[in-house]
Write a protein that binds this ligand. Structure first.
Ligand code: G1P
Length: 295
């Protein structure tokens, strides 16, 4: 077997319009909406860094420039904080600043689908395996989802897709995989289907938005074939790649919040607030009162 290369780069597709969050997303990208006090994108970047990722590649679109600014120094703000001796705030800003030269930004000019967004990153990824993190999904677990996936990748060399279980009547909303024999901590993927028609899903394991893919996915995406929803689907390209390469499923057992939907976003705020020692004491009581008062 050829040597397994390190996963050094992660792709974040952040070009989506966020129509489900209008009017908020008229002027603020959905990835910049805050869960407690951090933008959604920061949680996803933190998960990538925890997994050992060295280079962050953002596939952005028009009116997303603020994401680029967020990952840069804010000179005026830092000068003001320094003048006011706000050391804790300065330290916080320094701690989230990516290393110089470790971020790249490219644009998806038209919303042609997830497969197309990933293809837009091909030159920046080059000829090496890469992680892909869909920023709508933020995760909470003892070990980050991507970290567990990297371990499975380093053990197997397979393309790795993280999956979780969903209620059977929810399967039509996702990419669904069928699983077979065990591969290390994961399972071989025997089937993949994007948004199966109700009642036709091969299992209730849905793709939760985390992938480790080999670069051979790019020439397949380049054919720009349309699938479900008339979009260029990543899942369809993965099905083609699975004819020549192994795909493994990593079963993530933490909690996932879909911050692309209002209910998931609100639950994420509650869950992450309750996990914070500085916030929980003042939130827990009123929250219990609110819930117990529900009719
Ligand atoms: C995308 C993927 C799908 C995956 C989902 C997770 O779909 O195509 O396979 O299950 O993300 O959120 P989208 O949510 O863009 O429709």
């Amino acid at each position: 077997m050829s040597q397994i290369r390190k996963v050094r780069k992660a792709v974040f597709p952040v070009a989506g319009l966020g129509t489900r969050f209008l009017p908020a997303t008229k002027a603020v990208p959905k990835e910049m909406l805050t869960v407690v006090d951090k933008p959604v994108i920061q949680y996803v970047v933190d998960e990538a860094l925890e997994a050992g990722i060295e280079h962050l590649i953002f596939v952005t679109g028009r009116s997303k420039a603020v994401i680029e600014d967020y990952f840069d120094i804010q000179v005026e703000l830092e000068q003001t904080l320094r003048a006011r001796n706000k050391t804790a705030e300065l330290t916080l800003l320094e701690s989230i600043l990516p290393l110089a030269g470790s971020t790249s930004f490219t644009r998806q000019q038209e919303p042609l689908g997830l497969g197309h967004a990933v293809w837009c990153a091909r030159e920046l990824v080059g000829n090496e395996p890469f992680a892909l993190l869909l920023p709508d999904m933020i995760m909470k677990g003892e070990k980050g989802c991507l970290k567990g996936m990297v371990e499975l990748f380093e053990h197997s060399g397979a393309n790795v897709i993280a999956v979780e279980e969903c209620a059977p009547d929810q399967a039509h909303k996702y990419g669904i995989v069928g699983v077979g024999e065990k591969i290390g901590e994961g399972f071989a993927i025997t089937k993949m289907v994007e948004k199966p028609a109700p009642g036709t899903a091969p299992s209730n394991f849905f793709i939760n938005g985390r992938y480790i893919l080999q670069p051979e996915i790019f020439p397949i995406l380049a054919t720009q074939e349309r699938g479900a929803g008339n979009e260029i689907q990543l899942t369809d390209a993965m099905v083609k790649l699975s004819a020549s390469q192994t795909f493994a499923a990593y079963h993530f057992r933490g909690e996932t919040y879909d911050c692309g939907a209002k209910d998931g976003f609100i639950l994420a705020n509650i869950a992450f607030a309750l996990a914070r020692e500085d916030i929980r004491p003042s939130v827990e009581g009123p929250l219990k009162t609110l819930v117990s008062g529900l009719k």
